[in-house]
Design a binder for this molecule. Structure first.
Ligand code: ADP
Ligand code: MG
Length: 696
């Protein structure tokens, strides 16, 4: 199975090179795992006269009546005519012209396959797959023939989707069940009614019936998801079992003093539960790696703070990393307030700290004078050295790259405990696949007394009413946000919109009765911070801003959130933005303002936003609408690139695979038992193919 692909008869060094470069097929094994994307019924031949505008892939049988090259240079193309007795089909090539021209013979009969279309009312096929009728008749035909994804380059070198099928068929004839041994334990096969690996691989390529094909896909999807769950589960298990961590053995004076004397509110049940989970981790002697999922406003910050107090009680420093300067600053202010009566020092380090500030902070951090260091990703720079870092907390983690998080680990000889907090919930399937190696806490309870935010959708022409509504809220002493999109692709226009919007708002709310803050990414940090602080203090009643305030900002007195051009935002972003209101004891409103004409997806998003405040539900819906390919932060990681499985459609299989893998890890973590030998060998063979160590 690990033989280089060039040793397969019919491949050779030249084609092997193309297979490697174009589709990453290096070995026999790789070829077998290059699955067809569809099957065609080889018994089905379509007459040319039956081709119409709805026709997709078809197979046509006929004689070549003419071949000629047309056009010059870039317009050069090869055009052949195929006649089947019912009509003429035009065959066109733009690439590999010389090679194909040599191999086409006028007067010979061919079976051609491809996507049919029309050009000037003539049925046409571009870059069809060609096979001499005499050749096509030679091979015993399956009822369902595989069609493989093939690039233009492959096609022009005689490695089109059909030829790949021939190669795969040839390879399969050479192989027996011993070459493709079973890797799943027998009881899993019987429990989930899965066919064996050998049969599945044969049948995903060359099924006799549709049912055979489906059984093969089911088996291989399960395998794919199960192996990935097992791998991450084993990582988690190994870390929890063998990786040493700092031991925070006690809850001491700082924590107790804060808990009894300074806690500003009663903790929710979820907050207490998560704190317990964290305490258990950090007291275990193993390194903690925990993902904390909580909806916007569920109160993750205080949980983080109290975890840092436990670290401090045990003589350790902590750091608290935020994705934006504004948020880092706000955390800094917030933590200082919480710690006002406690004997600890909190510092902040961001990109805009002055050289002098930086020097002092770095010194104090190194000497251990600073107990909690907050900041942006400036924290992960090499210059930042701690005396004794015991706990690293990453807030709103989806803004950070995986690699950035990993850098925090190296800040102490013994890796610090890691707590990663999400800005909004991640769908469970995504958490299982992309973050499956982290332990996982959920805060699914909101602090008591919150009144649900009322969300409405208004067209842009209702702006005067919206402004009047804001006015009435301000009269009650509240504050309002007005958010404009600023998207990279349309940055210039968006910026103009923002400025126009600001002028308009100013006209509605003139000084000195009203004051407005404006914050956007083009401002200097100092200016941003000043404007932000004026709003936080209540000196300004309205905050006009781009999404720089999206994450985490906390102004409980704000009760209105207007989102302009809301159709341009994704669901998680809308939910995150909306989370800026509804933080106080007053009823809050979110107004989604859009143009009149909207895409179906945009309508769906707005509808969901108006229907629910539940971030967990919104996350699931988002994954459903967008599909897994597009989720922020996971795109580069390649973690969701399953060959067959789709974590949205196959979530049931994923859940089953998860449970099954957990059971195996609990019973036989070293995979030593006889039944698990297939798994063990499989994992060993696959080692090094994916950079699993990079995850988390
Ligand atoms: P998020 O989880 O979105 O980061 P925050 O930690 O910013 O949420 O908390 C949101 C608001 O709720 C803050 O004003 C915080 O002080 C308040 N809060 C947190 N926990 C509680 C609680 N148990 N009871 C009442 N208010 C709380
Ligand atoms: Mg937060």
């Amino acid at each position: 199975m690990s033989n280089p692909i060039e040793y397969l008869k019919g491949v050779g060094p030249l084609r092997a090179d193309i297979l490697k470069k174009e589709v990453g097929i290096y070995t026999f094994n790789d070829l077998l795992l290059y699955f067809p994307f569809r099957h065609i019924d080889r018994t089905q031949i379509t007459p040319v006269s039956k081709i119409n505008s709805d026709t997709e892939y078809v197979q046509v049988k006929g004689k070549i009546t003419s071949v000629e090259t047309l056009g010059e240079r870039r317009g050069r193309r090869l055009v052949a005519t195929l006649y089947d007795g019912t009509g003429e089909l035009e065959l066109v090539w733009f690439q590999g012209i010389n090679w194909i021209q040599k191999s086409l013979h006028v007067g010979s009969a061919y079976v051609v396959f491809g996507k049919a279309g029309f050009f000037m009312n003539t049925p046409q096929m571009t870059h069809p797959e060609m096979e001499l009728l005499s050749e096509a008749n030679k091979e015993a035909k399956n009822f369902l023939e595989p069609v493989y994804p093939a690039t233009e380059k492959l096609k022009t070198k005689g490695l089109g989707g059909r030829q790949l099928g021939h190669l795969t068929a040839r390879l399969l004839q050479l192989l027996s069940e011993n070459d493709i041994p079973e890797n799943l334990p027998p009881d899993l096969l019987s429990k989930f009614h899965l066919i064996k690996r050998f049969g599945a691989i044969k049948n995903i390529h060359f099924p006799a019936t549709k049912a055979d094909y489906e059984a093969a896909v089911k088996r291989l999807k399960f395998e794919e998801l199960f192996i990935s769950q097992l791998r991450m589960g084993l990582l988690r298990f190994k870390r929890n079992t063998y990786s040493k961590g700092h031991i925070f053995s006690k809850v001491g004076d700082l924590f107790n003093d804060f808990y009894t004397n300074h806690l500003p509110f009663e903790l929710t049940g979820a907050q207490k539960r998560v704190l317990k989970e964290i305490r258990k981790d950090v007291g275990s002697g193993k390194q903690m790696n925990r993902l904390l999922q909580g909806d916007v406003g569920s109160g993750k910050t205080i949980v983080a703070f109290m975890a840092m107090l436990i670290a401090a009680d045990n003589g350790y420093q902590s750091c608290f990393m935020a994705p934006t300067e504004i948020l880092a600053r706000q955390h800094y202010e917030g933590l200082k307030k919480l710690a006002a009566d406690l004997p600890i020092k909190i510092g902040i380090l961001t990109g805009s700290s002055t050289t002098k500030e930086k020097r002092e902070i770095l010194q104090a951090t190194l000497e251990g004078e600073i107990t909690i260091l907050t900041g942006t990703h400036a924290l992960i720079e090499d210059a930042v050295q701690f005396k004794n870092l015991g706990l690293a907390i990453v807030d709103e983690q989806h803004r950070f790259g995986v690699a950035q998080r990993a850098k925090l680990w190296d800040k102490n000889e013994l890796n610090p405990h890691i707590l990663v907090m999400t800005a909004t919930p991640i769908p469970r399937t995504l958490a299982l696949t992309a973050y499956g190696d982290l332990d996982y806490s959920v805060m699914d309870e909101m602090p008591a007394g919150r009144i649900p935010i009322q969300t409405v959708h208004r067209m842009a022409y209702a702006r005067p009413q919206v402004m009047n509504f804001i006015k009435s809220e301000i009269e009650k002493g509240r504050q309002a946000y007005i958010i404009y999109p600023l998207i990279e692709e349309s940055a210039k226009l968006d910026f103009e919109d923002l400025m126009r919007g600001y002028e308009e708002v100013k006209a509605y709310f003139p000084e000195p009765n009203y004051y407005i803050s404006m914050v956007h990414g083009k401002q200097k940090s100092v200016q941003k911070n000043t404007n932000m602080e004026r709003f936080v203090k209540g000196d300004t009643q309205i905050m006009v801003s781009t999404t720089v305030i999206e994450v985490g900002v906390n102004v409980p007195n704000a009760s209105v959130m207007v989102i302009e051009s809301a159709e341009k935002f994704g669901l998680p972003q809308l939910h995150q933005l909306r989370g800026r209101v509804g933080r106080g004891s007053e009823k809050s409103y979110c107004i989604l303002s859009t143009k009149v004409k909207l895409s179906a997806d945009a309508k769906e998003r707005l509808k969901i936003m108006c229907e629910t405040n539940d971030g967990f539900k919104i996350a699931e819906k988002d994954l459903e609408i967008r599909g897994p390919g597009d989720i922020e932060g996971t795109r580069q990681s390649g973690l969701l690139n399953f060959k067959l499985a789709n974590i949205v459609e196959d979530r049931k299989i994923l859940e089953a695979a998860r449970l099954a893998s957990e059971k195996i890890i609990a019973e036989d973590p070293t995979l030593s038992s006889h039944e698990n030998q297939g798994l063990k060998t499989h994992l060993e063979n696959e080692k090094g193919k994916t950079a699993w160590s990079k995850i988390s």
